[in-house]
Structure formats: structure tokens, C-alpha cells
Design a protein around this ligand. Sequence first.
Ligand code: NI
Length: 168
Amino acid sequence: MSVLPILRWPDPRLAQPCAPVDLGDMAGLATLVGEMFETMYAAPGRGLAAPQVGHMLRLFVMDCGWKEGDMTPLACLNPEILEASATHVPGDEGCLSIPGVMAQVLRPDWVVLGWTGLDGTRQSRRLQGFEARCAQHELDHLDGMVTFHRLGAADRAALEADYLGLAQ
Ligand code: NI
């Protein structure tokens, strides 16, 4: 197991859609998932998507409560939103690939997330609050989207200019 380097925006890989995970090599996937958790906890963060560590696969890990002592690790292979609240709510989102930036993003209040677990079975769960937000943020990464893509043009231009200026 090792901590993997995290790609930073505007690395072009963060703007590319990812391919479905081939479930034929669960041992290999378990190793990658273990490294992704280790990388996420070390960062420290609450969610990490495979493209953020250079693996262009539809896979993310999250653990929304660990910083408060409530460990709830979740590894989602080939995740999808099965149902979403019609009501959208704003919330602040950071991203390990955009250090130092908090963006206020509007998202559905709750979602029903479907995914394949490391045991190979298809699962689904209704997520709300920060967990719903985190899962949607990580799923965006698999579609080549970061928080900047969820902002209006003016907000994005201002935040991204700040970020790129600071990153230089
Ligand atoms: Ni992110």
C-alpha cells in the first residue's frame, strides 16, 4: 500500500470522462481502492475519485465522518445516480485536486446512489446531506467535471483566476 500522488487542476486528465471498471480483476481493484483510501486519509480528505490519482476508471472512495471519529468508508465501482431530489441546495465544496478553493455548488438535496461493491454485488443507498453532496462531487470527477464546471461563468472565471494565480 502506498500514498499516491494527487493530480491538480488543470491537469487535462481531470477533464476526461472515465471508462467503466472491468470487474474481472477484483484483487487488483481492492489494491487500488486500499491505496485510494490511504491517499484520501493522508491528504486529508473525505472523498477521492480514481482519475484524481491518474486511473481513468469509474471508481471513487469516500468517508464523510472520519474526521469526526465516525468511520464510514465506502468504495463505489461504476456508481450512478438512480434518483435525485427535485430540490437543489447550495453548499461549499473543496477538492483535493483544487487545493485552497472552496466553491459554492448547487446540487440535489438527496440522491439514491447505485454502485458495485468490492464484493462484486450491486448495492444502492439513499444519501442525504453532506454524504449526498460528496457522492455527487466524486461522481462528477468520473464524468470529467470539477467544481468549476458547476459554477456560473462569472463565478468560475473569478475563482479559477485566483486559483491559477496562486498555483503559479
Ligand atoms: Ni474533488
